[in-house]
Design a protein. Structure first.
Length: 269
C-alpha cells in the first residue's frame, strides 16, 4: 500500500501476523523465554499471566517454533467453554488417541498410556499448552488436576504450560479444591508492560525489520505512544499502524506527536 512505501516499509510489521524473526527481546520476553527453557529441563507446570496483549502467546509461539519436533509432542488446548469431558477429549485427539465411545475413566487411561508410550518408546516429551486458562470451567480444571495427580505424575511424564490473565491465579487457583495443582506449579511468572525505553526500541526494531532504516516518529511521539498504550505491545501496534496511515494522509515525513494523539481515536484500545 502507498502509505507503507511512503515510509520506506516493505510490509506493515505492526499487524498481528506471527513471525518469530521480528521478535523483540523485551525484559518480559526474555524472562518468560528463559523460564520456558528452565521448565523444559526440570519438567512440571509453568503458569504465565498478564493482561491481554502483553505477548504471552507470541513468546510461547517463538519458544515452540524452536523446539525439536522429533523430541517433543506439542498438545495445544483452548480452555474457553470446555467442560471436563471436552478438554479430555481434545487432549486425547491431539495425542492421536481414538476416543471411540469410551467412558471418561477409560479415556483418561488411554491418554496416560499415550503419554507414557511417547516417552518410553519414542523418546518424546509431551508439552501440553493451555491458553486462555482464565476462561476454563472448574470441571475442566479438575480434570487437568486429576491427570497431573495420577499415578504417573507430571514431573515424570509431561510438561504443562498455562497462559492467561491474573484473574485465574488470584481467584480460580486459590480455591481449596486446587491446592494440589498450586503445589505442582514450579514456574509462576507475571509479564510486565514495556518501559518507555523499551517502547522506543520495540517500534524501531519492527520498523527496521520491515525495511525502514530512518527515524519516522517525532521523539515526543514515543512518550505519547507509551502513555496511550500503557506499554502493552498489542496496543502499541494498533497506535503505530494507525499513525502511519494518518501521517501519510497528512504527508508527514516525520510522524508528529499531534498525529499520534489523533490515532487513539481511530482505534479501539
Amino acid at each position: 500500500m502507498r502509505y507503507l512505501s511512503y515510509y520506506g516499509l516493505e510490509t506493515n510489521p505492526f499487524v498481528d501476523k506471527f513471525n518469530k524473526e521480528k521478535a523483540y527481546g523485551s525484559s518480559s520476553y526474555n524472562n518468560m523465554y528463559f523460564r520456558l527453557k528452565y521448565l523444559e529441563e526440570i519438567k512440571g507446570i509453568g503458569l504465565f499471566v498478564g493482561p491481554p496483549g502483553m505477548g504471552k502467546t507470541y513468546t510461547l509461539k517463538c519458544y515452540l517454533e524452536n523446539l525439536n519436533k522429533d523430541l517433543y509432542k506439542i498438545v495445544q488446548v483452548t480452555a474457553t467453554n470446555m467442560g471436563q469431558f471436552e478438554i479430555l477429549l481434545q487432549i486425547a485427539k491431539e495425542l492421536g488417541v481414538d476416543a471411540g465411545n469410551y467412558f471418561k475413566s477409560l479415556l483418561e487411561e488411554r491418554v496416560k498410556e499415550a503419554i507414557i508410550n511417547l516417552k518410553v518408546n519414542y523418546r518424546k516429551e509431551v508439552v501440553i499448552v493451555i491458553d486462555n486458562i482464565q476462561n476454563i470451567k472448574l470441571s475442566a480444571l479438575e480434570e487437568i488436576q486429576y491427570l497431573i495427580e495420577s499415578d504417573y505424575g507430571v514431573n515424570e511424564t509431561f510438561i504443562m504450560i498455562m497462559l492467561g490473565e491474573e484473574s485465574f491465579k488470584n481467584n480460580i487457583l486459590r480455591r481449596t479444591i486446587f491446592e494440589g495443582l498450586r503445589q505442582r506449579i514450579v514456574v509462576n511468572y507475571q509479564l510486565s508492560s514495556l518501559s518507555l525505553e523499551e517502547v522506543k526500541e520495540y517500534i524501531r526494531s519492527l520498523l527496521k525489520y520491515a525495511g525502514c532504516e530512518r527515524e519516522i516518529i517525532e521523539e515526543s511521539g514515543y512518550t505519547a505512544i507509551f502513555n496511550i498504550s500503557g506499554g502493552i505491545p498489542r496496543k502499541i501496534n494498533k497506535i503505530v499502524s494507525s499513525s502511519l496511515m494518518l501521517g501519510f494522509q497528512k504527508r508527514e515525513k516525520i510522524i508528529s506527536n499531534e498525529t499520534i494523539m489523533e490515532s487513539k481515536y481511530e482505534v479501539i484500545l
